[in-house]
Design a protein around this ligand. Structure first.
Ligand code: ADP
Ligand code: ASP
Ligand code: MG
Length: 406
């Protein structure tokens, strides 16, 4: 007997046929004697619709009401799955976040799970009842409903697996595992049998939305064995594991991309100590996360151009902050560009292999793709390029690192 958390994403519960398919999978596990906790997302498209309605109702909205609206998608699917299971003779009930309760911070729209009360769930699991949990939601200390950020049902699932000491957390989705890069963009992407927590964390935070970043953080911290697999087949998926469980490590494990950043260039800033601090300090105070940064000495040799990226959603706010610094910095001009994509290559093998970066730059140069900004860390290299080159760059890099499926 095992205790397993199974999470089903939006496409896996998109209609009643798919919900029956999920129920059949759950029943099979119950019949095999497993204790099963199911976490469901909203039907695919539903959360987007709810978000759109909120924006339509109010331009600058109350985040508590946003959460109250967008959490409803998961209420529907959890109830429908519990009903379908009952119809198949499986003892099951649905649980909303506040009913468990899943206690979270009060950061509405991107709340963090603080604690999950498990005593009642434990009792019922031992008695053979299936718990169908509405993902993505919790309750803040003041009693208001919270949500965990887009893609947050993954985090609900891993958090329950940790809290209930589950043997495994299976994330069922519309692809059969974690691929070397997004299989919807690169046809030659290859499914990985295993990937390390650390690499998965980088992949997720650099744009591979197959797992929410926080879910990987939690899995890594609490050593939850996570498997990403398809809800439409019974094939084994990708195991997310500790580094010592991977025998042969490739230089690069995966390539991710994100269009969530925008570029800002401040031209003609005086080249003197303290200039960076006077730009990035105020941005930090405005809670704007600056990611990539490059500084160039301008043609006149006396001033400098500063280029950096911020979350696209914060672009307008960032420009306002910098315009407010004009008097102090006396820069010449500021320009922005949203037509950019950040492409990153990721691999723990980078620690022990040289030449990984140069291979990236050569592959892009061979395709005539100009690199605008570069940033690196121990296990990843990221470049900012024009977004029209996204597919070309992904394919070129995938081949350059010999990741193509044969
Ligand atoms: P769910 O609704 O089940 O949570 P998501 O849409 O959030 O599913 O995540 C699955 C999607 O992630 C896939 O359809 C795929 O397009 C995308 N994806 C991006 N990068 C990768 C990758 N490296 N491996 C697998 N899928 C990826
Ligand atoms: N339904 C939520 C979303 O679309 C949570 C999830 O699917 O994980 O973001
Ligand atoms: Mg998802």
């Amino acid at each position: 007997m095992a205790r397993i958390v199974k999470k089903f994403g939006g496409t896996s519960v998109a209609d009643m046929d798919r919900i029956r398919n999920v129920a059949t999978k759950v029943k099979r596990a119950v019949d095999a004697g497993d204790q099963v906790v199911v976490v469901v997302s909203a039907m695919s498209g539903v959360t987007n619709q709810l978000v759109a309605w909120v924006s339509e109702a109010s331009n600058i909205y109350d985040a508590r009401e946003y959460d109250s609206v967008v959490a409803t998608g998961e209420q529907v699917t959890s109830g429908l799955l519990a009903l379908t299971l009952q119809g198949m003779g499986v003892d099951a009930r649905s649980w909303l976040g506040w009913q468990v309760p899943v206690r979270t911070s009060s950061a509405h729209g991107s709340a963090r799970i603080l604690e999950i009360e498990t005593a009642e769930l434990e009792k019922r699991l031992s008695a053979g009842q299936v718990a169908v949990i509405a993902g993505f939601q919790g309750i803040a200390q003041d009693g208001r409903i919270t949500t965990l950020g887009r893609g947050g049902s993954d985090t609900t699932a891993v958090a329950f697996a940790a809290a209930l000491n589950a043997d495994r957390c299976d994330i069922y989705t519309d692809v059969d595992g974690v691929y070397t890069t997004d299989p919807r963009i690169v046809a030659k992407a290859r499914k990985l049998d295993k990937i390390t927590y650390e690499e998965m964390l980088e992949m997720a935070s650099l744009g591979a939305k197959v797992l929410q970043t926080r879910s990987v953080e939690l899995a890594m911290r609490f050593k939850v064995p996570v498997q990403v697999r398809s809800s439409f087949s019974d094939e084994p998926g990708t195991m997310v594991v500790d580094e010592d469980q991977i025998v042969e490590q490739a230089d690069i494990s995966g390539i991710a991309y994100t269009s969530d950043e925008a570029k800002i260039t401040v031209r003609g800033v005086a080249d003197r100590p303290g200039v960076s601090a006077s730009i990035f300090g105020p941005l930090a105070e405005a809670s704007i996360n600056v990611d990539m940064i490059v500084q160039n000495v301008a043609a006149d040799g006396k001033t400098t151009d500063l280029t950096f990226t911020v979350p696209r959603a914060d672009l307008a706010r960032s420009v306002k902050v910098i315009e407010g610094l004009q008097g102090e910095l006396d820069y010449r001009a500021i320009s922005t560009d949203s037509d950019v994509v950040k492409v990153s290559v990721i691999g723990v093998g980078m620690r022990s292999h040289a030449g990984i970066a140069s291979r990236m730059f050569t592959a892009l140069a061979d395709e005539g793709i100009n690199i605008q900004v570069i940033s690196t860390s121990e296990i990843k290299i990221s470049v900012l390029i024009a977004s029209k080159y996204t597919e070309l760059a992904l394919r070129a890099l995938h081949s350059a690192y010999q990741l193509d499926a044969t």
